[in-house]
Design a protein around this ligand. Sequence first.
Ligand code: KG4
Ligand code: ZN
Length: 340
Amino acid sequence: MTRILAIETSCDETAAAVVEDGRRVVSNAVASQIEIHARFGGVFPEVASRQHVLAITPVVEEALQAAHLTPAEVDAIAVTRGPGLPGSLAVGINFAKGLALAAGKPLLGINHLEGHIYAAWLHEANQQPPAAPEFPLVALLVSGGHTELIFMEDHLHYRRLGSTRDDAAGEAFDKVARLLELGYPGGPAIQQAAEGGDPEIFAFPRPWLKGGWEFSFSGLKTAVLRAVREIQAAGNPLPVAHLAAGFQAAVVDVLVGKTLQAAAELQAKSIVVAGGVSANRLLRERITAEASVPVHIPPLHYCTDNAAMIAAAAYRRFAAGQRDDLDFDLLPRWAIDFVG
Ligand code: KG4
Ligand code: ZN
């Protein structure tokens, strides 16, 4: 059995976890900064780094204690190497390097996006392991910074089919939420506001960008802005629920449509949906209902940033023989097809 302790500090969650054999989550500690950043309406990088400095030691201790392990008892230490906020990444990376050095354990630097995909392999410690995603698969990775459609023929083999040309899906949720004064983070706020809305009232555009697997969400965001301005200019109150429902339906239509098309064309045996936006209920329901192959979507707490997913990806790399030097640098904002 291989036990990996992983650390994730790429954005606004300080997280540490212990995972066995890339699947069984033994412990998963997350200190969220959401309440602090909500005051600024978004993530404030310097505030984020400082919160990581404050939280990193207690969070790693919590993950080890909950797993009843010391650093000497794990097989490797993994850490998110990027992409992410440089100052935030540095806190986790330096902590992991120090820990690996002190405990004499191998260190693995992991791409955050790869981590999100591997969240689909995780299961709770008290649960029978569910069926793992079967290859070849199509992964839809939708987070605050990325919207990527990826083809995987096997573990650690990524081919990027397409990504967003402008805003990421989560970014669009966040920007439209700000427009509708729903607060931060926007995804959950839009989802909640949309509950009481009719998605048919505002027929926002479905940006298809024909002839490829690319996405684009900035036109949709502009369409919502235009609708908001027109309503406000007429002196009417904003029908926030209908606007939120219309926007959410348009995003989900595009994400589901393109993913299913890619899966069919590439004869995928399964579909993985990952990243913060995969927490969206409409997206989860629609893609599960409409796909003709099994769809693997992590439980909600493994969709948003966490360290268990980093341990899951690290396990595959550890098993493949990867060991990183203790002097590695941050990964720049590279796409996943640069991984490995
Ligand atoms: O993966 P993640 O936690 O962090 C990044 O790596 O970016 O993703 C965060 C993004 C945010 O944009 C947030 O608004 C979005 O995921 N999100 C959602 C939902 N929950 C989080 N978007 C739509 N519906 C949700 N329920
Ligand atoms: Zn993320």
